[in-house]
Design a protein around this ligand. Sequence first.
Ligand code: PHE
Length: 452
Amino acid sequence: MKNNMEKSPKREQFSSRFGLIAAAVGSAVGLGNIWRFPYIVGRYGGGAFLIVYLAMVAIIGIPIMVGEFIIGREGRQDAINSFKRLAPDKMWHMSGVIGIAAAFLILAFYGVVAGWTLEYVLLAIKNGFVNKSSSEITDMFNLFISNPIKPIIYQLIVMTLTGVVVSTGVQQGVEKAAKVLIPILVVIMILLNIQSFLLPGGKAGFDFLFKPDFSKLTKEGVLAALGHAFFSLSLGMGIMITYGSYIPDSEDLAGTALNISIADTILALLSGIAIFPAVFAFGIDPAEGPGLVFISLPNIFAQMKGGYVFGIMFFILLFLASITSTISLLETVVSYIVDNFKFQRRNAAVISTVLISTLGVFASLSNGVLSHIKIFGDNIFDFLDNLTANYFLTAAAFISVIFIGWFLDKDLIKNQITSNGKYSREGFYKIFMFMIRFIAPIGIIIVQISLI
Ligand code: PHE
């Protein structure tokens, strides 16, 4: 097994290290970092949750990302067929099946939130945040998401756009855009952070985020930390397996995974630092839920110098960041339908866009007229969000770690980690094997069982 490329000479590869990292970061960075991370931190109590989250990223997330890269680079196929190629006639590819189902369900509610960002771009342009009290801004958000029509129109715009991009396959362009957009997003986040430092009354927000109070940590919080690590790093969904299949043989997998995870985590932290001081300064409830970003940041924009321009730029970027993620989610579903059922790409894109959007309509309505429908105590929107992150992604990842740790040939793993001897990764290999064989699977099981 010297050179993977001999097996599939036609498979595309990333042209540069930066291109690879930008593409993977483009998938990883999205609403998960800026919208989901803060509201999950807020819901589960702040600093103590943050520490558990960081630990989950480091000891479970990074090894699993390396593991997904290995499966992809060795299999050189999509998420399901890479497994099939490495282990014919076995059931390991179920990991890919669950992952694709997760992508389908995630996109249903993710598309709704991506639509919210569009409304907020327009609100920012109309200067809609100035002279509003914090409670008016909260009411404005709640009124908007519970509206039976408006958010659905935005959601359908987002889904149509995503469907068009995926059906024409201009992913190249999107990845190029991600390279430019993400640095701009980082700069805006840093400016917002500076603003947050200056907010009177913001210190309580820093304390909330950085002074851990372990009495606030719950079992559900630990599961949410694990689930969010997968969600945010785009793991358990076959995405990093697919990207792994495009990584050249010479590239260092461990370093790549580390860079992506660090970039993703920094963005989440920047988002937390921008948001929590505002939450406390403006008297917003940190456990507000999915509306947190949409309520806290407009308060800052309303007050800060140049807030008008920053507000517009921020929501445009948030929209674009979410679009790069909706595309990678739909692409996962579509490429499976194309490969497996031999559909034409366009038809597969149309069918999956229609099905996912329909489910998304229910997710959106569950914030308003359908809010009385509860599944295990959650409305449809929250149910999809929790179910996928906490159960589907962890299940898919669990199957992969057992496969890699206990069934995949060790020499093959070593060759992948050292890139056929190009890098000496003795220490990393040992740590990796230990994590993948023991820590990751035991960690996932303990977290899941503790909730039963
Ligand atoms: N990781 C993305 C985010 O943080 C969400 C996502 C998950 C995108 C899975 C693609 C696949 O927003």
